[in-house]
Design a protein around this ligand. Structure first.
Ligand code: GTP
Length: 599
């Protein structure tokens, strides 16, 4: 295909505005998939994505479109996720495109990630073409929303297609807009190869599958390539295109095109998202500009429920990391839980999804510790350390100053909820900055907030106080001095290090009391009485007691028949499997979960 007949584009939107549904319709309209085979949300191929109804991983597919001008175009569509945790995936996808279709829900209008994702696209130099979706809804107000797009974002929107992705209305107009308004890619097939890796995935038969956008030159099977950042060299086995039903091998992948390559790459660390692939024989002089590196914001300890599965967990993390470069992990040892990892995530949703993927795709049973942000602590010795885990929290006597990360939060809401939101932000130690009326129906509030207060349940609290209309976006601001303490939990007088965590001093009492209650509820009675205590700097600030069991299980059927006895013993054994013993106390993994899910 010549470049003039290629369009590379993404779809961006706020979560739930209908990106994935529109992507399905585009696939259908281009007859990429047989109507009968068409499953809903075919791009969301991960089982987990389907269940949760959200797009986690960006996906790319090649479409063939016969346009009204009589020409046939190749459209490479890269689907992107919309949740604030996954901004990183969005910018990766955008770097492979020339344009973005901006989907806005006709009843919700512009929301926080509508703005955030549009700015990402504009910053990446993309042509943004707006589309107003869900016009089938009775509450749809397409004209108003078009005005909003023009006023708030500042791009022309009066001509934007009004569509229903769900009912397949006006999908053709979107494709025409793509062909007419998104620029064709530029690139030189004769130049040395320069291709951007925007995603990758591990396949146990073929090794790493590298998804790339070729900027210059041509990739062919048999060619020797080099990954510019890592220096690793390979011989290409296969190149091809990404079809929703799988990968379609091709003879070559040239400048302007989007596709994949395989090269029997077994070393996962050799291929980095954002790296440039070039030819060994005729290399390009410079790598393409990479992506902005992302820093995980939330850290948590991840341990196998069964200690002998440590090696399996390590392999699984290595493979997942390839598929999701925004996650990080380092080894960590806990006295209570043994060998495990300290993992870094972009946010709590990201963490939950990684945990679920590890459990499902790699068949692991995991225990996670309470998530925390990265604290900065200056010691009396003058040394400043970054604290990723409560395990490394220094002795309070050695601490000169603690600092915690703050974010600039922007919240979009209809004006009637401003009071509720201000109250919520104040409770969460937010510092008010300003408030702007974007138009009569939309206010943008700005706050400085401790990241720590946002990561737990802020998003849910915001939704419930605004009847679902409030939306949130945030970015890191920097560190500020704070009064922090480490809260330790003691079972039967011994600290369980995996239950410790760092928090704002004023919140310690209330939190300590709730944790002790939760643990009491979730730890089964044992043969002896167990004190559950919470302490700050060695001082006990809360206590509960788990009473001793009066009889053992067999006492109940003294003299009873043997099968019943056996059953009871079996049951007890089952129960034991999922227990972790701390000192003398057995704690079921559910107790950890209960503490985590507390807020
Ligand atoms: P993420 O992938 O999670 O970021 O969300 P998304 O923007 O891709 O949204 P998705 O396509 O999953 O759609 C969200 C919800 O809106 C689903 O329940 C869809 O069925 C619904 N939806 C999408 N398009 C339309 C539409 O045109 N009309 C109506 N009524 N509902 C729609």
């Amino acid at each position: 295909t010549d470049l003039n007949h290629i369009r590379n584009f993404s779809i961006v939107a706020h979560i739930d505005h209908g990106k994935s549904t529109l992507a399905d319709r585009l696939l259908e309209e281009c007859n990429t998939v047989d109507k009968r085979e068409m499953e809903d949300q075919i791009l969301d191929s991960m089982e987990l994505e389907r269940e949760r109804g959200i797009t986690i991983k960006a996906r790319a597919v090649k479409l063939t479109y016969h346009a009204d001008d009589g020409e046939t175009y190749t459209l490479n569509l890269i689907d992107t996720p919309g949740h604030v945790d996954f901004n990183y995936e969005v910018s990766r996808s955008l770097a492979a495109c020339e344009g973005a279709v901006l989907v806005v829900d006709a009843s919700q209008g512009i929301e926080a990630q509508t703005l955030a994702n549009t700015y990402l696209a504009i910053d990446a130099g993309l042509e943004v073409i707006p589309v107003v979706n869900k016009i089938d809804l009775p509450s749809a107000r397409p004209l108003e929303v078009k005005h909003e797009i023009e006023d708030v974002i500042g791009i022309p929107a009066m001509e934007a297609p009004e569509i229903s992705a769900k009912n397949g209305i006006n999908i053709h107009a979107v494709l025409e807009d793509v062909v007419r308004n998104i620029p064709a890619p530029q690139g030189d097939r004769e130049a040395p190869v320069q291709a951007l890796i925007f995603d990758s995935q591990y396949d146990s038969y073929r090794g790493v599958i590298v998804y790339l956008r070729v900027k210059n030159g041509v990739l062919r099977p048999g060619m020797d390539i080099r990954m510019m950042a890592t220096g690793a060299e390979y011989k290409i086995v296969e190149v091809g295109y990404l079809h929703p039903n799988g990968m379609i091998p091709a003879d070559a992948l040239g400048a302007g095109e989007v596709g994949y390559l395989t090269a029997s790459i077994k070393t996962v660390a050799d291929t980095r998202v954002g790296d440039t692939v070039t030819g060994v024989e005729d290399p390009c002089s410079e790598p393409l500009p990479g992506y902005k590196a992302v820093q995980p914001m939330v850290y948590s300890g991840v341990y196998p429920a069964d200690g002998s599965k440590y090696g399996d967990l390590r392999d699984a993390l290595e493979k997942l990391k390839l598929n999701d470069a925004s996650m990080s992990y380092t080894q960590e040892n806990s006295i209570a839980l043994g060998f495990g990892f300290r993992c870094g995530f972009l946010g709590l949703l990201h963490m939950e999804i990684i945990m679920e993927r590890l459990e499902r795709e790699y068949n692991l049973d995991l225990i996670t510790t309470a998530p925390n942000v990265v604290y900065r602590i200056t010691k009396t010795s003058g040394e400043t350390i970054e604290v990723y885990t409560p395990l490394n929290y220094p002795d309070p006597a050695e601490i000169l100053q603690c600092e915690e990360p703050f974010v600039r939060a922007s919240i979009l809401t209809p004006p009637e909820y401003v009071g509720n939101i201000m109250e919520l932000c104040q409770q969460r130690r937010g510092e008010y900055r300003d408030m702007t009326y974007l138009d009569e129906g939309r206010v943008e509030l700005h706050y400085f907030m401790p990241l720590n207060e946002i990561i737990y349940d802020f998003f849910d609290a915001l939704k419930s106080r605004t009847r679902g209309y409030g939306s949130l976006d945030y970015e890191m601001d920097g560190y500020r001095p704070s009064r922090l303490v480490k809260l330790d939990i003691l079972l039967n007088g011994e600290i369980v290090d995996a239950l410790s965590f760092i928090l704002f001093a004023d919140n310690a009492y209330a939190r300590a009391r709730r944790i002790c209650e939760k643990l009491k509820e979730n730890i089964p009675r044992q043969m002896f009485e167990i004190p559950v205590q919470a302490a700050v700097g060695g001082k006990i600030i809360a206590r509960e007691t788990i009473k001793a069991l009066r009889k053992d299980v067999l006492a109940k059927c003294y003299g009873g028949d043997i099968t019943r006895k056996k059953k009871l013993l079996e049951k007890q054994k089952e129960g034991k499997k999922r227990m972790r013993t701390f000192g003398t106390v057995s704690v079921p993994s559910e107790a950890f979960m209960a503490v985590l899910k507390m807020d």
